[in-house]
Design a protein around this ligand. Structure first.
Ligand code: NCD
Length: 386
């Protein structure tokens, strides 16, 4: 099979190491079919599914069901993380093939309970002994249910996020490999690095701020919260210090988001728009193409210990072909079952074709399903050079 790539940018396909594919009783939000199609249409060929499903992935039985569901329905490659909760069977999950552990909820979030310090220390020590990677959602929460975006952002403040990262280092096993999910400010990013951890940043913290939404607009409600335009800009300017980008794709339905702010779940969809939004900034020369590839394809592969996408023997033959033209994001064109996007109207460059394991699996809106690759954990005691 030959492909005409004239005029296109041929890039290694991305890995999104933080997605919530939902499924089961949450299939009204998303399932493996819609979530993985959304990933492919955004140039992502490997997703890492978070374990705060219903039920959460706390033991080998739940893990097997999850992997079977993904194997039968996913259009893209995947890894499944093990949950870290009071009753989680850590060794069992690792032997069953968990890619990593977490996101671990240090503070409560949608479908996630906060861990007590005692449980955290016990489970983290076990993950460290096994050589697993632990990924954490580090936040501090204060006050009652928030009534708007500004209050939400104060109750889960940047300072609290930094403190949570520091406290985490103190309570980890010596030398433990920890990855911080979705650091929402440049200060938190630097705190993660000072603690010897790798850190991801989401497109929404990089490109959206609370000023873009009416205060009670739940479509801007996410954990960690969106910040002020000033802090968002500062994070964007810290681009070179960011280890990797992950979307925290956390779809909720329009009906769920239509509830009063106090009751609406936190979370935004984003797997399909992650690379396309960054590519629009490549076209305007605000970001270098090499740095986008590094943070969406190279670094996540290193952190997760899975083969990179590329042309060398042993590499994943996963590529995405991008035009040199940005278009406004249109919710109706996206593939997530949640049917909305917080990026409506923002410029993005969507891939025309996506290749996975040498096969064209996405072509101008059409999908071809091939057996998806399942990536398992292999041990992560060292912080990788990224
Ligand atoms: C996530 C979800 O909905 O699963 N929500 C969110 O606001 N990010 C849970 C989480 O990652 O905290």
């Amino acid at each position: 099979q030959t492909l005409d790539c004239r005029g296109l940018l041929v890039l290694p396909a991305a890995i999104d190491m933080h997605v919530h594919m939902r499924g089961g009783t949450q299939s009204v939000k998303e399932d493996w079919t819609t979530g993985s199609q959304s990933a492919l249409a955004g140039g992502v060929t490997v997703v890492v599914d978070q374990p705060n499903t219903v039920p959460p992935i706390t033991n080998r039985e739940h893990f097997k069901v999850r992997v079977a569901d993904a194997t039968a329905h996913s259009y893209c490659g995947f890894g499944v993380n093990g949950a870290v909760t009071r009753d989680a069977r850590i060794a069992d999950l690792w032997q069953g093939g968990a890619l990593a552990f977490g996101e671990v909820f240090i503070a409560p979030s949608s479908y996630g309970e906060a861990l007590t310090l005692e449980v955290q220390q016990r489970t983290f020590a076990e993950i460290h002994r096994l050589g697993g990677l632990v990924t954490v959602h580090a936040e501090e929460v204060s006050g009652t249910a928030p009534v708007g975006l500004r209050q939400h952002s104060l109750q889960r403040s940047p300072a609290g996020e930094e403190r949570a990262v520091q406290a985490l280092r103190a309570s980890c096993a010596p030398g433990q490999r920890v990855h911080c999910c979705h650091m929402s400010t440049a200060g938190s990013l630097d705190a993660a690095h000072r603690a010897g951890m790798t850190a991801e940043v989401t497109p929404h913290h990089l490109l959206l701020s609370i000023e873009r939404f009416a205060d009670t607009d739940t479509h801007g409600r996410v954990n960690p919260p969106l910040r002020s335009e000033r802090l968002q800009r500062e994070l964007f300017l810290a681009w070179d210090r960011i280890d990797l980008i992950a979307s925290d794709h956390a779809p909720h339905t329009l009906n769920e988001k239509a509830q009063a702010f106090t009751n609406a779940p936190s979370g935004l969809p984003g797997v399909e728009t992650m690379v396309p939004l960054l590519m629009a900034h490549v076209l305007t020369s605000e970001l270098s193409l090499a740095s986008v590839v590094q943070k969406t394809a190279v670094a996540p592969a290193k952190v997760l210990g899975i083969p990179p996408a590329g042309f060398s023997p042993g590499d994943r033959a996963d590529f995405a072909l991008y035009p040199r033209e940005a278009v406004p994001v249109e919710a109706a064109d996206l593939h997530s079952r949640c049917t909305w996007t917080p990026y409506q109207g923002m410029l993005a460059v969507f891939p025309e074709r996506v290749i996975m394991r040498g096969t064209v699996v996405y072509d101008h809106g059409d999908f071809t399903r091939i057996d998806p690759c399942w990536y398992r954990g292999r041990g992560y005691m060292e912080r990788p050079q990224i």
